[in-house]
Design a protein around this ligand. Structure first.
Ligand SMILES: [Zn+2]
Length: 362
């Protein structure tokens, strides 16, 4: 810590004590605000009753960061204990793990940037996008109601982009000819792009439409399109797992692990376990959303392992099997879907801003 910061801190603390000593009630509060303005120090966490209802999570009673601080206080809260810390770190630490595994596979299995390898690159890009947007959402959403909505809308963009990135990898490197000849296989790319966008739109709609306490309809709006997108996206993997010998291709175990981790993550996303049974006990560490993040990170790492092996096995044949047309479609539909999702999120944000403005006027 620099000596300037230490000096400011000690000045602020002595002024604060002076205010208390003189019996000046509001002065400590004022000083706390001044301290936060001039020092990059997040204010201490507060209980659920001290933050607006939008920020309260069911069965989480403490560890909330107060709203209305400077942006840097939320950025620096990365190094403080609060009820979002583990949510942030579980996705932040997945980034170096993914990059390290990617780099290791490039060294051992080989990777050359061309049309045939592009879907694998898009998968990595989609995974890094969802991790970055999730970290941003959990780190910065507490600043204000507007920030909360904006960052979570962008989080939904990340989820949709990631789902589509996985689907591209599964289609080009994992799918078997028999599955590709099926009706599902023929509609797969268009279907996963549409469902990816619908999952983003459904989540944005549910977030902007319903207020706490949330009705079960809200979860349905989020879960129906995302679940449909997942089941379609995973269908080439499921087909391969039941039709190909695991002894011949031992890395298929990573595909099995990615499915198991995803299903567990979905369970913890949908149900607030274990905090439901012990409200307040898992506020900082161990609540359901943190476990959901952990399993999702594990799912992504297993996907990378499995997809890189699938890619290494098939890279010479990809262009011949799918043709340049389909590969270009994948390349162009990925940024197209991402843009569509960002626009949907921004339109939802406009709706919310109108709503928030109306609420402050009444
Ligand atoms: Zn999250």
């Amino acid at each position: 810590m620099s000596s300037v910061v230490l000096q400011r801190l000690s000045l602020s603390l002595s002024l604060k004590h002076l205010g208390v000593g003189l019996g000046l009630g509001p002065l400590p509060h004022l000083l706390e605000r001044v301290t936060c303005r001039w020092l990059p120090w997040p204010r201490p966490t507060v209980g659920a009753s001290q933050v607006p209802s939008l920020f309260r999570e069911p069965y989480i009673l403490s560890g909330y960061r107060p709203v209305g601080q400077a942006w840097r206080c939320y950025v620096l809260s990365l190094f403080h204990k609060h009820n979002e810390s583990v949510n942030v770190w579980t996705h932040l630490l997945a980034v170096p793990v993914l990059l390290f595994r990617w780099w290791a596979h490039v060294g051992s299995l080989g990777y050359t940037l061309d049309l045939a390898s592009l879907p694998l690159g898009l998968f990595l890009l989609s995974a890094l996008t969802y991790l970055f947007l999730s970290v941003s959402a959990h780190l910065l959403q507490s600043r204000s109601e507007q920030a909360h909505y904006f960052f979570f809308f962008m989080d939904y963009v990340g989820v949709a982009v990631y789902q589509y990135g996985c689907s591209l990898g599964h289609y080009f490197y994992t799918s078997e000819p028999a599955w590709r000849d099926s009706y599902v296989g023929r509609c797969f790319l268009q279907g996963t792009a549409l469902l990816g966008w619908l999952s983003c739109a459904g989540c944005c709609f549910a977030k902007s439409r319903y207020r706490r306490p949330y009705p079960p309809r809200r979860k349905l709006c989020q879960l129906i399109p995302t679940t449909a997108a997942y089941f379609l996206g995973i269908s080439p993997v499921a087909h391969r797992l039941v039709t190909v010998s695991w002894e011949r291709e031992p890395w298929l175990v990573f595909h099995a692990l990615q499915i198991a981790s995803f299903l567990l993550s979905a369970l913890f996303f949908a149900c607030p376990i274990p905090e439901r049974f012990y409200p307040g006990r898992f506020d900082l560490v161990g609540h359901g959303h943190q476990i959901f993040h952990l399993f999702l990170s594990l799912c992504t790492v297993c996907q990378l392992e499995a997809l890189f092996h699938d890619y290494a096995r098939r890279k010479e044949a990809v262009l011949g099997v799918f043709g340049e047309g389909q590969l270009w479609w994948a390349c162009l539909s990925f940024p197209g879907l991402s843009l569509g999702c960002v626009l949907t999120a921004l339109m939802s944000m406009r709706q919310i801003q109108k709503k928030l403005k109306q609420e402050t006027e009444h």
